[in-house]
Design a protein around this ligand. Structure first.
Ligand code: NAX
Length: 332
């Protein structure tokens, strides 16, 4: 057996973590033969709940789980970690303006960025889930200058999975028959789920999504709105935000980053823009990426962008620029 991978989960007493921890600890993310040390971070008022989570992790009797460390201190939590699943964040409270939420979370992710810089391995791979996820990831990276910016990402895989599932249901195929759906931009209602480059396999034939579904109006309107509004629809129905599907998406994101994507397939991740597709450098923007076997990804290049897509990609970029400017102001 190899050395354990040390994985930090923040917000470990929360609802996403409750679905996430079991999958990570049983080998769904870092490999079926890779032992895991799990570090659980939450805030002091949640220490008692964390104790309960630790007991449950022990009671799962998982062969790969070597150790569970529960803490409310960043210095302990970030020490020599290989991967950080940053789920914990301040939830939006009634009457709270978007600006206030952003300011509260900037504080958290500034502090966690500094802790990553100081204590984590320089090779650490970070996925930010807590909202506003893209901008939180940007702040985290900014305050961890000794860690390469490409080691920071945010979760848009849930949006990709939602889009893939919508297309599969409409085409009457399994989700695995739908490939290369792209999520561009912000993990918010301005995100752009793009099926122009995606394919659907039906009866052994590979078709474009437009040929498979034959309903351009649905694809350009209802489909996009459904994916953009899916989080709100789940909250309305469940009275709680997505948790099981979010945990599954975090596992998909980190598993692919760790092990690589199959040839010819790509996945969407919020990553630091290098200026590809005219997206302002330095923003954390969701792009299609191909991932090699050494945990390094490349933004897929050369996809043709039509006017419809261009407008939507620019629109979500504008929102990210605004968020970034507000966040940087809140840092000072
Ligand atoms: P919960 O409120 O159930 O759990 C959050 C946990 O984070 C709480 O236990 C809280 O005490 C903890 N926490 C707060 N500040 C912390 C800090 N400084 N350090 C460590 N822990 C801290 O929320 P949950 O449903 O688990 O959602 C977590 C976050 O994911 C939210 O910000 C939510 O908006 C975001 N989401 C992001 C998604 C994405 O695709 N990017 C989708 C799902 C989800 O909505």
């Amino acid at each position: 057996m190899t050395d354990p991978v040390k994985v930090l989960v923040t917000g470990a007493a929360g609802q996403i973590a409750y679905s996430l921890l079991y999958s990570v600890a049983k080998g769904d993310v870092f490999g079926k033969d890779t032992p895991i040390t799990l570090v659980l971070l939450d805030i002091p008022p949640m220490a008692g709940v964390l104790d309960g989570v630790v007991m449950e992790m022990q009671d799962c009797a998982l062969p790969l789980l070597k150790e569970v460390i529960a803490t409310t201190e960043e210095a302990v939590a970030f020490d020599k970690i290989d991967a950080a699943l940053l789920v914990g964040a301040m939830p939006r409270k009634e009457g709270m303006e978007r600006k206030d939420l952003l300011a509260a979370n900037v504080k958290i992710f500034k502090s966690q960025g500094m802790a990553l810089d100081k204590y984590a391995k320089k090779t650490v791979k970070v996925v930010v889930v807590g909202n506003p996820a893209n901008t939180n990831a940007l702040i985290c990276s900014k305050f961890a200058p000794s860690i390469p910016p490409e080691n920071f990402s945010c979760l848009t895989r849930l949006d990709q999975n939602r889009a893939q599932a919508q297309i599969a249901a409409r085409a009457g195929v399994a989700c695995s028959a739908v490939k290369n759906v792209v999520i561009w931009g912000n993990h918010s209602s301005t995100q752009y789920p793009d099926v122009n480059h995606a394919t659907v396999e039906i009866n052994g034939k590979t078709l474009s999504v437009f040929d498979a579904i034959k309903d351009d109006s649905w694809l350009k309107n209802e489909f996009i709105a459904t994916v953009q509004q899916r989080g709100a629809a789940v909250i309305k129905a469940r009275k709680l935000s997505s948790a099981m599907s979010a945990a599954k998406a975090i596992c998909d994101h980190m598993r692919d980053w760790w092990a690589g994507t199959p040839k010819g397939q790509w996945v969407s991740m919020g990553v630091v823009s290098d200026g590809s597709y005219g997206i302002e450098k330095g923003l954390v923007y969701s792009f299609p990426v191909e991932i090699g076997s050494n945990h390094s990804y490349k933004i897929v290049q050369g996809l043709p962008i039509n006017d419809f897509s261009r407008e939507k990609m620019d629109n979500t970029m504008k929102e990210l620029i605004q968020e970034r400017d507000m966040a940087l102001e809140a840092c000072n």
